[in-house]
Write a protein that binds this ligand. Structure first.
Ligand SMILES: NC(=O)c1ccc[n+]([C@@H]2O[C@H](COP(=O)([O-])OP(=O)(O)OC[C@H]3O[C@@H](n4cnc5c(N)ncnc54)[C@H](OP(=O)(O)O)[C@@H]3O)[C@@H](O)[C@H]2O)c1
Length: 416
């Protein structure tokens, strides 16, 4: 059935009651491919909340790279994660209003204004109750490994995913940051135990993870060197308190492509050494921490440039997940590689307090209407964005939902 996008900001029911259907951006397995084609708007039934679940009316949604992967069906199809649904409604960031609570939910009431963190795990797994929900066999990322994400009028989540919406933010600002900011928080604060005075190299520093890694370094009193691919992105980093930045286009020779000849390998090592010197020029010494998510192209450089006894913390591999590097630099210099994945509810809650106090700020590049979901993911795939993109869903215009004064988001005025 055709969906009239004019109606997306209207909901026919009051909090406490759900309408029968909703507009949603849907990926189907038979159209996985470029985001602009894979995402299509459909009319879908509104899910009922089960035990300890909540249905939230989405006021705004945040765009993340995970649904670029979902659209492409790479490295695996998301339908493998939720075979019980033949639709994938993506979207792992949202701000919204609690609309209906399921049995057993006591902390939240219809009408509460919330943001949503994207980690789900079963209440029944013992890891959730003493180790970490990220260690639970049931652990999934909502809106990527599950359907019922935020690119729809309503989303279904576990009650433990809800966090009070910071009052100083608009709907679109509040929807934009959680996934990447909370991931960067765990990587630096908990997995690396970052210390004042340490030096950090941040790949993709003007991207979704990077803008928060940069701000966290500033807040922790660490020096930061951001890597970017344009001076415009470098200018954004200066607004965020970066110590200095490097345009990687001047160091293209360091990138690992795979299948290089011995002579090409020698050249690559020379280029890595040159990059290492550029990093030292910014930081005054080699980095104690390298913030990794690029993967195959940069990982050998990360292991090479990090200081002896330093840490390479990695949460993704955008350029490829089969990593190879010269391991002599790892063992002889006693370096560590640390894996990290999103964050637990406690980390999310602590990190969110820094947003509510204005010490960490969302970084918005573009706010698009509900019709922009496919285009936003295409822009992200083509690396044409800076910081974050938000999508208005229930909010009829930008600037709504803020109920207290505060610094709000930083708006990246430059870009594609
Ligand atoms: N495990 C987790 O919990 C988790 C959480 C969040 C994100 N992720 C993953 O992390 C990755 C990045 O996410 P994001 O939100 O930061 O994405 P993003 O907004 O696209 O930013 C990534 C940045 O990486 C840089 N980059 C891209 N290709 C590169 C290359 N070939 N060499 C060097 N740098 C390159 C780009 O910066 P320049 O072009 O300016 O260098 C880009 O701004 C994605 O794969 C995402 O799925 C994982």
């Amino acid at each position: 059935m055709a969906v009239d996008l004019k109606d997306v900001t209207d909901v026919a029911t009051e909090p406490g009651t759900l309408p029968a259907t909703m507009a949603a951006w849907v990926i189907r397995q038979d159209r996985e491919g470029e985001p602009r084609d894979a995402f299509q708007i459909e009319e879908i039934e509104v899910p009922e909340p089960g035990a300890l679940e909540v249905v939230v009316r989405v006021m705004a949604a945040g765009v993340n790279y995970n649904n670029v992967w979902a659209a492409m069906g790479k490295p695996v199809s998301v339908f493998r994660y939720h075979p019980e649904e033949d639709h994938h409604i993506g979207g792992s960031d949202a701000s919204g209003i609690v609309w209906k609570t399921g049995p057993g939910v006591t902390k939240w009431q219809p009408g509460d204004e919330v943001i949503i963190h994207c980690n789900q795990a079963s209440y029944e797994d013992p890891e959730v109750h003493g180790l970490d929900p990220l260690a639970a066999p049931s652990q999934k990322i909502w809106g990527y490994e599950t359907s019922w994400g935020s690119f729809a009028q309503f989303t279904k989540v576990q009650a433990q995913q809800l966090i009070h919406k910071p009052k100083n933010l608009t709907w679109e600002e509040a929807a934009s940051y959680a996934l990447t900011y909370f991931t960067a928080y765990r990587m630096l604060m908990d997995r690396c135990n970052i210390q004042a005075g340490e030096r950090v190299l941040i790949w993709g520093a003007a991207g979704g993870l990077g803008v928060f890694a940069t701000q966290l370094c500033r807040l922790a009193g660490a020096l930061s060197c951001g890597v970017v691919s344009s001076p415009e992105k470098g200018a954004l980093l200066e607004q965020l308190g970066i110590t200095g930045w490097i345009d990687r286009t001047g160091h293209a020779g360091m990138m690992r492509k795979g299948g290089e000849s011995p002579d090409e390998e020698k050249e690559r090592f020379k280029a890595m050494r040159g990059f290492g010197k550029a990093v030292r020029d910014v930081l005054g010494d080699d980095p104690n921490i390298v913030f990794e998510h690029v993967g195959q192209a940069t990982f050998p450089t990360s292991v090479f440039v990090v200081k002896p006894f330093g840490k390479v913390v990695i949460c993704a591999a955008t350029t490829g997940y089969n990593l190879d590097f010269d391991v002599r630099y790892l063992w002889m210099r006693q370096k560590q590689i640390i894996g990290s994945h999103f964050a637990n509810a406690w980390e999310c809650t602590k990190a969110n307090e820094l947003i509510a106090s204005g010490e960490i700020r969302p970084v918005l590049w573009r706010v698009m209407g509900f019709d922009g979901v496919a285009e936003a993911h295409q822009l992200m795939k083509e690396n044409k964005h800076l910081g974050k993109i938000a999508i208005l869903v229930g909010a009829p215009e930008t600037g709504l939902g803020k109920t207290e004064e505060g610094p709000g988001a930083i708006y990246a005025e430059v870009g594609a």
